[in-house]
Design a binder for this molecule. Sequence first.
Ligand code: ADP
Ligand code: MG
Length: 475
Amino acid sequence: MSTQASERSLDELTLDSKLSLEDLVDRSALREMVHSFYELFRIPLRIYSEDGVLLSDVAEQPAIYAYLNEYRGAREALLALVQRVKGIDPKVDGELTQPCITGAVYQVFAIQYDGRQIGRLILGPFRSPEHREIPRGLLDLDPGLDIAKLKPLLAQLPLAGHDTVTHIARHLKGALDLILFSGHKALLTTNMHLASVRESFRELQEKNTKLQEAYNRLKELDRLKSNFLATVSHELRTPLTSIIGYSEMLAEGIAGDMNDEQKEFVTTIHDKGEQLLELIMGLLDLSKLESGTMSLNRREIEIEPLLEDVASTLQPTARKKGVNLVARNSLGLPGIWADPERLRQVLLNLTENAIKFTPEGGTVELSADAGFMDADDDDGEGGGMVLFSNKRPAVELTVTDSGIGIPDHEKARVFDAFYQVDGSSTREAGGTGLGLSIVKRLVDAHDGRIDIRDNEPHGAQFVVTLPRRRASLSG
Ligand SMILES: Nc1ncnc2c1ncn2[C@@H]1O[C@H](COP(=O)(O)OP(=O)(O)O)[C@@H](O)[C@H]1O
Ligand SMILES: [Mg+2]
């Protein structure tokens, strides 16, 4: 289709394409020119395109025609004559004379452009100086015709010699050439512009297709990667459970006493095994979230107990690091519609990070507040209803720390899988870089949103906004 279009545009640009008179001339310029010639010479004149379309006309009906039209025989003869005049083909550069039943004549000239006939110029009816008498045949057309009435009417027809008419025609054609030329120039410019627009559009389309293909390929690769991760993680988990279980039993002395060094080695095996298991569980979660196979078990849950639970779970970790962990009172807040296990996982991840990236003596605070969120934040069905209600009630769960903080340019990236902000403090802290990407996906699955803000004077603040009610019940 695109090649066809460009061939077409090329064709439009060449001179030998079939240009028609109506394509080339500016109608108002043509009308003006024809009128000024008529004002000068008072000879009726018409311009037809090659297809017989009347483009300009300044002929008033001559009085003699009006008279003749009253008599049937004369009327028919006039009609036939007009048809004949319209049909005359003078050929390129040619000129033909067509006598009228009144003895006057029409003179038809070819209009040509670029060596091709593209229209006709018809001058007349006018009478030549030699012609004064009513032709005999005219009276025979209808018995009602009266020679006494015809004579003065005939005298009203414009008078012009053949030379004069040829002269007028030559000037007319000269002026017309100018109009045609400027018209052609304008047409070429427009076409050139059109062609270039079409060409850029085509290029854009091509690039778009290529991009789409690349995107599809990447998506497929991503899917394969997720499948692979899911399978591998699943297969790794079973033997790993054994490693952890047996090393634990060894350390406990179930298989006999061990010396201190042996115990230390086995404990390391156990700890590293736990770390690995955590990573694998993270990968499994992520692949389930990516493939959309993780099902949420949502129900109405209270916020206060959830915050208390997360805080007390991580209290030992915080204490070990010398970080002060508090859950601010959020009694009286309405419940939210969420999966309690998954929401707990979200808050645990965020709080764990907050503790991890806060130096000794710092504070981590969990809190909840009532708020609102845009109804179209989740690209769900609510989007079309923005006009009616673009805010829906929400709850904001906030984890604030006084730690190292997150630079602005890293804020979006920390949600990528395996991404960790560079710097020795991060490296020291360990971890896999999966936590936040799981958090983000879990929040998305809840039709919620997560934002990172700065805590003043230093530290980070993660805000999870979740809709308070079921999507179908809200808005
Ligand atoms: N509260 C925080 N303060 C400072 N940096 C943070 C905080 N939370 C997350 N980060 C940064 O985001 C990165 C990704 O976090 P996450 O996905 O949980 O991975 P991990 O905790 O395993 O490193 C972290 O490595 C850290 O660089
Ligand atoms: Mg983490």
